[in-house]
Design a protein around this ligand. Structure first.
Ligand code: BGP
Length: 471
């Protein structure tokens, strides 16, 4: 029982959040390059122009991974670095960069786990046909994926097609905080459906070409509880799940949308066109996926919400605890504070038991191996005068989540990988550089970008060496 011998202890990142070199080496602009340059869109105007300068310092970062004994490193490929205009001409320098990174990882006994899309759409596709809003994106995405498979699948065996399609579409088309920053439920559902199809056709292309390896996508998974045992709260929880987790997971991993939510959106007049051919492709891809990827940070506690109740609330992007307001969908549900749980400075609920609960739901519903592609604690880390970072709170957070994984495994969950978010500190899309997640501290303040191991670095090293025995 417990973690298998070949369990992949890992850590994760995303291109825009670490690479820098945003307009160098032939890379084209992404929607994030433009968005983060618009005043007021990100926390204190922070952007990924330089970020961790990982593009130039990747060998140093991989050396730190090697010293830690990391088994897998999950990173994303930047589409506009490979195909600057999204379609057409390939940028050889981009291919060479990822090739060198992959080689470096393999030379250091680290399994590369590659994400194909972590939110940095080529700006040209946004300009040409409004990106994810158009079906045209599907074909372009599959072509880009094929370029990646052709160039890297001889060395890459773990592929994550989409990262959190549920988060980027809702933040972009409902909450207006990711590009292109609009609010339109019909467009949101349409864009999400296009991610499902882009994923599905990519999975088919991968399998049809006969590549070896495993493929899936990563959904941000927020298991939920009803706030009370009253019928209206239980019903609110059901609709929160139907329009949330199940909408996202069933479409990717069952090849269908949950009927309660379909009826709800149909009545509202916002359901996108979902053709019979779409459903066939979705089902076929679902039957071919090798694993479910989830990013787990927190659970939600859900209560009923009257027709004139709360809508979108304030997001806490400042790190001032308690500034997140209640939010919900009038007439459907709202999310409330869970008095049984502690919260981070950004008001995210800390709930290791929720991870175990969620993993068991996934096992029963989808019968697939699971990759935890992100889990971690965003916190203010301070460097002491001696130059150390004593992040015991992070150790405590990760320890409890790893124990939750172990206990889920004992209950029959087939967990194959656990990636913390993140390996080094990096840019948080909306929260700047102060919200840190890494095992390795990066000096963003002075601009030296010097790397320093935190206390959690040595701790995770022991977790890996003991295969989860010593937490
Ligand atoms: C996930 C994203 C990551 C990362 C993480 C932490 O949603 O996939 O890219 O950013 O969340 O979120 P944040 O940076 O907002 O704290």
């Amino acid at each position: 029982m417990g973690f298998k011998k070949d369990f992949l202890w890992g850590s994760a990142s995303a291109a825009y959040q670490i690479e820098g070199a945003y307009n160098e080496a032939g890379k084209g602009p992404s929607i994030w390059d433009l968005w983060a340059h618009i005043p007021g869109k990100t926390f204190e105007g922070t952007n990924g122009d330089i970020a961790c300068n990982h593009y130039y310092r990747f060998k140093e970062d991989v050396a730190l991974m090697k010293e830690m004994g990391l088994k897998t490193y999950r990173f994303s490929i930047s589409w506009p670095r490979i195909i600057p205009k999204g379609t057409g001409e390939i940028n050889q320098e981009g291919i060479d960069f990822y090739s060198a990174l992959i080689d470096e990882l393999i030379a250091n006994d680290i399994v590369p786990m590659v994400t194909l899309y972590h939110w940095d759409l080529p700006q040209t596709l946004q300009d040409d046909y409004r990106g994810w809003e158009s079906r045209r994106v599907i074909k372009d995405f599959v072509s880009y994926s094929k370029v990646c498979f052709e160039n890297f699948s001889d060395r890459v065996s773990h592929w994550i097609v989409m990262n959190e399609p549920n988060i980027f579409t809702s933040l972009a088309y409902m909450l207006k905080v990711h590009p292109p920053g609009i609010q339109d439920e019909a467009v949101y559902l349409k864009a999400f459906h296009h991610t499902v199809l882009a994923h599905a056709y990519t999975v088919l292309a991968f399998k049809e070409a006969g590549y070896k390896g495993m493929i899936g996508s990563s959904i941000a998974y927020t298991p939920s509880y009803a706030a009370t045992n009253q019928t209206q709260d239980l019903r609110a929880k059901e609709m929160f799940d139907a329009t949330g987790s199940l909408w996202f997971l069933d479409s990717y991993y069952k090849g269908e949308y949950p009927i309660d939510a379909v009826n709800y959106y149909k009545k509202k007049g916002v359901l996108p066109e979902i053709s019979r051919a779409d459903l066939e492709i979705m089902a076929k891809a679902a039957s071919l996926c090798d694993f479910i990827g989830i990013n787990y940070y927190q659970t939600a506690t859900v209560a009923s919400n009257p027709e004139d109740g709360v809508g979108f609330g304030e997001m806490n992007t400042s790190g001032k605890k308690g500034t997140q307001s209640e939010s919900g969908v009038p007439g459907l549900y709202k999310q409330v504070r869970n008095e049984n749980l502690e919260y981070t400075d950004w008001d995210w609920a800390i709930d290791p038991n929720g991870l175990k609960y969620g993993l068991e739901i996934l096992k029963d519903r989808y019968h697939l191996p699971i990759v935890i592609s992100e889990n971690g604690l965003g916190a203010y880390d301070l460097m002491t005068e001696e130059g150390t970072i004593e992040d015991d709170y992070r150790i405590d957070f990760l320890r409890k989540h790893i124990l939750a994984c172990e206990s889920a495994i004992e209950n029959g969950v087939e967990l194959i990988a656990y990636c913390t978010w993140s390996f080094t500190d990096l840019l948080s899309w909306l929260n700047g550089f102060k919200k840190r997640y890494g095992f390795v501290y990066i000096d963003f303040e002075s601009g030296s970008l010097e790397r320093t191991k935190k206390k959690s670095y040595e701790w995770y090293k022991k977790v890996i060496t003991s295969n989860g025995e010593e937490v």
